[in-house]
Design a protein around this ligand. Structure first.
Ligand code: UD1
Length: 423
């Protein structure tokens, strides 16, 4: 099995192009099930999660046409008819986000039989709000042998639904279902993540009538049918934040291209507060200059957007391990999301976990070690630690990284890192 080998200590300098957002591309791909016409998606990252979802869509009757670019790819997705409303366990278990086919299948075919995603390494991650929201829209749902069986024989009806918790994919499920429902749907306490807005904008380009985009209240007037459209996926804010942190940890200077500072409001403000020069450069770039800077440790608490992203929590911990002072990280979105801690500690980090909080005492000299990736963001925190560690770090189970970071080694090497994939 592949491993990533890093020899630490190099200062990163150069330009890193940011890919399209995985978490925007996935719901956008499932939106293609809502129409018989072609949905063209540009700036889709080349990642294993995208391939997994393409396989699932093909199984529902979608014709998938892929044109690869040097970075990213264009997908043309056409579903003349839905040939199967079943999303089988063998495909769904590979990726939790497969649950995103539920809303579109139900809206277009009035029925869906979707495997429950099952357990997940970062907590129990239920899908109850997806189910309750669809029930509010007139769906009959039963759980049968690990599958969600959803039926709306007379079509979906617009409804008011207040999310009891802010859920990103839950909001996306209901947005797509409501787009083709009869009447108006009002979603309160909806997720405000940029990926949700990207989906809503694409649905509007397909003929949907969604207002309130970017706010916690989304109003969707259902329409009888959607048509094809062309949409470019927004930049990946987690990849943006990750490479910004890489620049800071190595005291380097990186221009992040094809991205936008508004996508990382809290982390950019925190980095600036800790002494880093970080600012927009041109319309589509962010300059992160940490030359001669000694980053100061700052507390963070993960929250729904625009708060600090849970998907950047592990990377922030790696940064705190080499910052000056001590700080606390509180995880409020997912339980059990500190699996990177024992591995970071093996590399010399000083971290104490207490429930959903962790204290990180900075100023440590990290040392290279063999470590194991446990989930996508946890793995990249080990890459960041490896970049500044003395000696060699080898990371196993790198398939986690391949789910979410396009051309990771190539992007880091181009800025002077010493990182390679070994088989
Ligand atoms: C999405 C992202 C993931 C990110 C997460 C939080 C995608 C494909 N994945 O995951 O990378 O870490 O948002 O920003 O976009 N919850 C319930 N019931 C539900 C659904 C969620 O209680 O039915 C809870 C979860 O357990 C969690 C919180 O709500 O505590 C947020 O989860 P949610 O926003 O749904 O995460 P995902 O959409 O799965």
């Amino acid at each position: 099995m592949d491993q990533i080998r890093i020899r630490g200590g190099n200062v990163l300098e150069g330009v890193i192009p940011i890919s399209g957002a995985k978490n925007a591309a996935l719901p956008l791909m499932t939106a293609s099930l809502l129409t018989s016409e072609t949905l063209t998606l540009e700036n889709v990252p080349q990642l294993s999660d995208i391939q997994s979802l393409a396989n699932l869509l093909e199984q529902h009757g979608t014709q998938v046409n892929i044109t690869e670019q040097k970075l990213g790819q264009t997908l043309k997705l056409t579903t003349p008819t839905i040939t199967s409303t079943t999303a089988p366990y063998e495909l769904v278990r590979k990726m939790r986000a497969s649950i995103l086919v539920l809303g579109p299948l139900l809206a277009r075919a009035r029925e869906a039989y979707v495997s429950l995603p099952g357990g997940c390494a970062i907590g129990t991650r239920p899908v109850d709000v997806h189910i309750k929201g669809l029930e509010a829209m007139g769906t009959k749902i039963t759980l049968e042998e690990g599958y969600i069986h959803a039926e709306a024989k007379n079509g979906l009806k617009g409804a008011d639904y207040l999310f009891p918790v802010v859920s990103v994919t839950g909001t996306e499920t209901l947005l797509m279902a409501a787009a083709l429902a009869d009447g108006t749907t009002r979603l309160e306490n909806a997720a405000r993540e940029p990926e949700v807005s990207d989906l809503a904008n694409c649905l509007n380009a397909m003929g949907a009538k969604i207002s309130g985009i970017g706010t916690g209240t989304l109003i969707i007037e259902g329409v009888p049918a959607l048509h094809g459209a062309t949409h470019s996926v927004l930049p990946d804010r987690i990849e943006t934040g990750t490479y910004a942190i890489a620049a800071v940890m190595t005291r380097g200077d990186i221009l992040l291209q094809n991205t936008n500072i508004d996508l990382i409001p809290i982390s950019s403000a925190l980095l600036a507060q800790s002494g880093v020069q970080i600012h927009a450069e041109g319309e589509n770039g962010i300059r992160v200059n940490a030359k001669g800077c000694i980053p100061q440790a700052l507390d963070v608490k993960t929250e729904p957007f625009p708060g600090f992203a849970t998907d950047l929590q592990a990377q922030w911990m790696a940064l705190l391990s080499v910052s000056e002072g001590a700080a606390m990280v509180t995880e409020t979105i997912f339980e059990n999301r500190f699996m990177h801690v024992p591995e970071l500690v093996r590399m010399g980090a000083d971290i104490t976990v207490n429930g959903s909080s962790a204290i990180i005492r900075g100023g440590q000299k990290l040392k290279g070690a063999p470590v194991m990736a446990t989930d996508l963001r946890a793995s990249v925190s080990l890459v960041l630690a490896g970049l500044v560690a003395e000696g060699e770090t080898t990371i196993s189970r790198v398939y986690h990284l391949d789910r979410g970071y396009e051309r990771l080694e190539e992007k880091l090497n181009s800025c002077g890192a010493d990182i390679e994939r070994v088989t």
